[in-house]
Design a protein around this ligand. Structure first.
Ligand code: F6R
Length: 256
């Protein structure tokens, strides 16, 4: 795990954007896994400003609410088109987001897994983290080997996502999410977390035991994971000084 601590969310986002930009320049037909929520909004803004060529890029989103129309203002379809896809030259047929309205959801989840495989697997997966350690919507105690499937949100996540819907009772209880096993197969993971509210989850994920109680901790088992944090999100890391020292002393060829 590479822990990159920056003074602000803006600076941490700029590092993440550079990592993605480098991949897209080196591999114009890269397959990206994408996240939604508050955290990556600035990232998508920065990526748009970089004017990269997305014409051959394929994307797979982590998750979607079940039962929301794709056109619903809070669907992750809407989020992705508003925050990224409408601003870049991506081909519509290269965009994949789980279908929360599929008639046969287990079948559509299996198809999603097949589509990821057929695309050659995910080169880089963007992740946020819940205050309970969830990645995608793999809530605590999710199987560490899980694949794309239906999950029920925890009451904590329902409460936290109420801010997008106006009230908790409007937040769908069920979602489709890539599994932890799916995420672990990405060749690179790039997790972003900002703000003091994420500090406990980050400390447990990075320095705690690998446990389904904090699903992000499984990234300790992944060979190429970068975690971009602002200072408040890094606030409970015991070895923060070491991570800063490593980043400041990187050889030039490793710098982004
Ligand atoms: C969203 C997702 C979630 C969020 C997490 C943090 O696609 O997979 O894991 O990344 O809930 O959400 P924010 O960024 O709103 O704090």
């Amino acid at each position: 795990m590479e822990i990159i601590i920056q003074p602000t969310a803006e600076a941490a986002t700029r590092v993440a954007a550079r990592i993605i930009a480098r991949l897209l320049r080196e591999k114009p037909d890269a397959v990206l896994g994408l996240a939604t929520g508050s955290t990556p909004v600035l990232l998508y803004h920065d990526l748009t400003a970089l004017k990269l060529d997305w014409s051959r890029v394929t994307t797979f989103n982590l998750d979607e609410y079940i039962g929301l129309d794709a056109a619903h203002p809070q669907s992750y379809h809407t989020f992705m088109w508003e925050n990224l896809f409408q601003h870049i030259n991506i081909a519509r047929e290269n965009v994949h987001i789980p279908d929360g309205n599929a008639k046969d959801i287990p079948k559509s989840c299996a198809k999603y897994e097949q589509q990821i495989k057929a695309a050659g697997g995910i080169d880089l997966q963007v992740l946020g983290i819940g205050t309970n350690g969830h990645i995608g919507f793999n809530e605590p105690t999710s199987s560490l080997a899980s694949r794309t499937r239906i999950k029920t949100l925890t009451q904590q996540t329902l409460k936290e996502n109420a801010r997008f819907f106006g009230s908790e009772d409007r937040v769908p209880h069920h979602v489709i999410t890539m599994g932890i096993g799916t995420i672990l197969e990405a060749r690179q993971n790039l997790l972003l977390a900002f703000g003091q509210g994420k500090a406990r989850a980050i400390a447990d994920a990075v320095e705690g035991p690998v446990s389904s109680l904090n699903p992000a901790s499984v990234l300790q088992m992944h060979p190429v994971t970068q975690i971009c944090l602002d200072e408040p999100a890094a606030g409970q890391l015991k070895r923060a000084d070491y991570y800063r020292w490593v980043y400041d002393n990187k050889p030039d060829w490793q710098r982004v």
